[in-house]
Design a protein around this ligand. Structure first.
Ligand code: 5AD
Ligand code: SF4
Ligand code: FES
Length: 360
């Protein structure tokens, strides 16, 4: 059996069935997969891990995704919106600590005021950091004009998870209305790529009703779309969301975690030179979850630099780590963790996706 697995791992082209089988591995066979993923990682992207200081600047969201703790209709969340000054300060903190790159993430909104505010912020951050900090946006679905405007102002990467590339599953975890169309999301990914962003996507792993074939299709989707970056992690239930009532369908948490690690390892083998993030959700399940991902494929990690005061209100899922820590704590903690994983922090470098440059 181990021989069969080794044969699959060594194939030059992996089909749906191969991928599906690899995603299911545990124990000794999983070690074979991990070994190969680490080998590919070291050969193609090296042993550096790049920091993306994560600023979760607002939990105000106009959408109602069934899985998400900060969905619009959840009345148990205290809404916040960090001031522009505090956002710029967080970016400067990242810059001074030589993170070289930040992610601006928040609930999705598309009113003019919001679009202009972000635009203004991008310019301010560039100015305050001598144009040295890289800016990634994670602000959901927007119009072509908005994406272009933010790009022109200096944002150069964009994260928009497809959540699930299986349309039926996507539709089961979102309301059936104008705001939550699968095709709109897909179209946004195409727009981002066309404009010239380094484009990142990802999925949730272990959604109610999701199968290994669904996940294998997600990997093939990423390959076919030719993404530059990926961030994906386990689905974690949140009691104040509609999807919570489907929890009887869930794989147990250990299996979701294990499959998430396998997804990262297999994606590294499938798309050798992209950037893959060790998702924070991994750490909500296993205290060493992110380090494990860094060992077998992931080369990006996102230290939280959101002011501590606001962290407790940005819980997309339960058990989120780093709620009571500050940016300094997470920075120190992370340096230590990366050393433990036998990796080196790529300080002072943007750590852009090699794939982006190989394809453009
Ligand atoms: N569990 C895991 N990930 C979640 N996200 C939202 N809600 C959850 C949850 N309950 C992820 C989505 C989104 C990203 C910002 O957070 O994939 O794109
Ligand atoms: Fe809003 Fe994103 Fe949560 Fe959906 S997943 S409700 S868009 S913050
Ligand atoms: Fe935040 Fe360890 S990374 S406390």
């Amino acid at each position: 059996m181990a021989n069969d697995i080794q044969n699959i791992i060594n194939k030059t082209e992996l089909n749906l069935q191969d991928l599906s089988q690899l995603l299911n591995l545990e124990g000794e066979e999983q070690k074979l997969l991990f070994r190969k993923a680490e080998e590919v990682q070291l050969k193609y992207v090296g042993n550096k891990v790049y920091y993306r200081g994560l600023i979760e600047f607002s939990n105000v969201c106009s959408k109602n995704c069934y899985y998400c703790g900060i969905r619009k209709d959840n009345k148990n969340v205290e809404r916040y919106n960090i001031s522009d000054d505090d956002i710029v300060n967080a970016a400067v903190f990242a810059w001074k600590n030589r993170y070289a790159s930040i992610v601006i993430q928040g609930g999705e909104r598309s009113d003019n005021h919001f679009v202009n505010r972000i635009d203004h912020l991008i310019k301010r951050i560039k100015e305050a950091t001598n144009a040295e900090i890289g800016i990634t946006l994670s602000l959901g679905e927007q119009t072509k004009e908005t994406y272009q405007k933010w790009f022109n102002s200096g944002a150069h990467r964009y994260l928009l998870r497809i959540e699930s590339s299986t349309k039926e599953l996507y539709e089961q975890i979102h309301p059936k209305d104008e705001l939550h169309h699968f095709n709109t999301r897909l179209n946004c990914l195409h727009l981002l790529r066309k404009i010239g962003y380094q484009t990142g996507t990802g999925v949730m792993i272990g959604l109610p009703g999701q199968t290994f074939d669904d996940l294998a299709r997600d990997l093939l989707f990423m390959k076919e779309f030719d993404i530059d970056m990926c961030g994906m992690g386990p689905y974690i239930e949140h009691k104040d969301t509609p999807l919570y009532k489907e929890r009887h369908k869930l794989w147990h948490i250990g299996k979701r975690f294990n499959t998430a690690l396998n997804m990262i390892a297999v994606l590294r083998i499938l798309m050798k030179d992209i950037n893959i993030a060790a998702a924070t959700a991994l750490q909500a399940i296993d205290p060493m979850g992110r380090e494990k991902a860094l060992k077998h494929g992931a080369n990006v990690i996102m230290p939280n630099i959101t002011p501590t005061l606001n962290r407790k209100n940005y819980q997309l899922y339960e058990n989120k780590p780093c709620i009571d820590e500050g940016a300094e704590d997470c920075g120190n903690c992370m340096n230590m963790r990366i050393e433990l994983a036998n990796r080196e922090v790529g300080l002072g470098q943007w750590g852009d996706s090699k794939h982006y440059f190989n394809r453009t």
